[in-house]
Design a binder for this molecule. Sequence first.
Ligand SMILES: O=C(CO)COP(=O)(O)O
Length: 214
Amino acid sequence: MFVLVNLKTYPCDPLEVAAAVRDVDEETDARIAVAPQAAHLERVAETGAETWAQHVDPIDYGSNTGHTLAETVADAGADGTLINHSEQRLKLADIDGAVRAAQRADLETIVCANNPAQIGAAAALGPDAVAVEPPELIGTGTPVSQADPDIVEDAVDAAANVDDDVDVLCGAGISTGDDVVAASDLGAEGVLLASGVAKADDPRAALEDLVDPL
Ligand SMILES: O=C(CO)COP(=O)(O)O
């Protein structure tokens, strides 16, 4: 299972979480990575943790003030990027452009989507993976894998109908090892989570709990 921890703009210490991600990753068969804010990418990557960006823009080098260029993200040490997170929504053409920009910079890609129909559209754009995250469950602590199992199974089917090579993750409310096992049982190849680790008093213990049953 792939466990990707999105730090959003939570007031956590990104280097503390990154060190925990690096260490717990070495102790488990699961793959664990962290997605800090863009300004923290380089320092987080230097910890040795697998590092992802939260977003890249559908742009090339040039006059794009305030944008995030995929090549700069890769130069900072990121291995991949989220695209179209529920809190950073893009138009379809811009999701496509962001996937192309990330691929140009050799970044792995996960395109997020709200529901199975969007997952099918996202899979058609050829990312490495898609992630279904019902917005109403994000940040609630109610795990999608238990609160809405059908949406995960339907997302897995929707992606497979378009392209069998596109992995499916699920996210929203995931915070325990049981939630991760439930996601795996529904056919997800990973989970995307934030508050369960970023807001935990002890992020390392939270991560250990997440991968303990794997
Ligand atoms: O948006 C999410 C991950 O990208 C999910 O957030 P929570 O894990 O806080 O529900």
